[in-house]
Design a protein around this ligand. Structure first.
Ligand SMILES: Nc1nc2c(c(=O)[nH]1)N[C@H]1C(S)=C(S)[C@@H](COP(=O)(O)O)O[C@H]1N2
Ligand SMILES: [Mo]
Length: 324
């Protein structure tokens, strides 16, 4: 694991940032009335609050092992309005469009190599798990990062509920598919060029790692639609695109799943996608990252700083492209 020296964190912002990121950030700052003064933000809040039910499980107790991410939490108003959610649009300002996401009712299908496939409603699933809060760092492959107080439960608890057979080698997850609700999901016969629905996957060993977290909340309330309501994954040691949003299907499979980004651009995005500052993206450096909120540029850490918990997962995978 990388130990970060103080002076490196203070490095001036002179290292490479892909141009689109600069442009997007400038648009955000100019357009949003920085940190929540814009009209759109006012409209977002009631919707988030309204999605809480009668007996709210929020706030959930904070897991002391993940109480501190070593950096300040990203302001909520920024986090819910600067998103990657291509189902709605390829730009970062999808939070108003994402309000069209209908999260009730919400069923999740569990299938593939399991004792008995089943479908469970989101509320019923919530009743079967123990929620906790964890503060995690998130590193997008585009070289920006954030810190989020998630609420959720370990992915391994979902695996236990699913009762997979020993033939299961991977967990494959899928996002909803509904082009009427999500205008970015144009089918190819209408000119769309993306392989919907969004798919991601992990090995059974990765799914069993304590860090792998199913997210149902953030900032001590149900997770915002823009951030992947009602249920998403977060894998803090991998690039952000692995952390699939708004999940409707969890399949236990024998073959390695091909993710949305791998299908779209296999030369740039692969299955493992573990964070590594020394392995550049084909089009930009991954050495540093821009902190959402402050725009400070800091060094990126191997496995996003979570190597102590996950490096052993990869110790015997020499031939694999672990970093993309
Ligand atoms: N279904 C779906 N999941 C997704 C994405 C997406 O476009 N669609 N974007 C990914 C990427 S690239 C990142 S960085 C994170 C962003 O999560 P956030 O918007 O909550 O910050 O979600 C990931 N999960
Ligand atoms: Mo990302």
């Amino acid at each position: 694991m990388h130990i970060i020296r103080k002076c490196e964190w203070a490095l001036a912002d002179r290292l490479v940032t892909p141009e689109p990121i600069f442009v997007n950030r400038r648009q955000l700052l100019a357009g949003a009335g920085f940190l929540g003064l814009g009209a759109g933000l006012g409209r977002l809040r009631p919707a988030v609050a309204a999605s809480a039910t009668g007996s709210s499980p929020y706030p959930a107790p904070r897991n002391p092992a993940y109480a501190d991410a070593g950096r300040p939490v990203t302001p909520e108003a920024l986090n819910t309005t600067y998103n990657n959610f291509y189902e709605f649009s390829t730009n970062k300002r999808i939070f108003e469009l994402a309000e069209q996401l209908k999260t009730r009712p919400w069923d999740i299908a569990i299938d593939g190599a399991v004792e008995k496939p089943f479908t469970i409603g989101f509320e019923d699933l919530l009743a079967k798990v123990k929620l906790e809060e964890r503060v995690y760092r998130h590193r997008c492959v585009e070289a920006w990062s954030m810190v989020v107080p998630w609420t959720g439960f370990p992915l391994k608890d979902l695996v236990a509920l699913a009762k997979p057979l020993s033939s299961a080698k991977y967990v494959r997850m899928e996002t909803f598919l509904n082009p009427e609700m999500a205008p970015g999901q144009q089918p190819s016969f209408l000119g769309g060029s993306m392989p919907w629905p969004y798919v991601e996957g992990v090995t059974m060993a990765e799914a069993a790692n304590d860090l792998a977290f199913m997210v149902t909340g953030a900032y001590a309330k149900p997770v915002a639609k823009s951030m992947g309501a009602p249920i998403r994954l977060h894998l803090p040691w991998k690039y952000g695109f692995k952390s699939i949003k708004s999940i409707v299907k969890v399949s236990f499979v024998k073959e390695r799943p091909v993710g949305f980004w791998e299908q779209l651009q296999g030369s740039e995005y692969g299955f493992w996608a573990n964070v590594n500052p020394q392995v550049p993206h084909p089009r930009w450096s991954q050495a540093t990252e821009r902190v959402l909120g402050t725009d400070e540029r800091i060094p990126t850490q191997l496995y996003n700083g979570y190597g102590a918990q996950v490096a052993s997962l990869y110790s015997r995978l020499d031939g694999e492209k672990l970093w993309m």
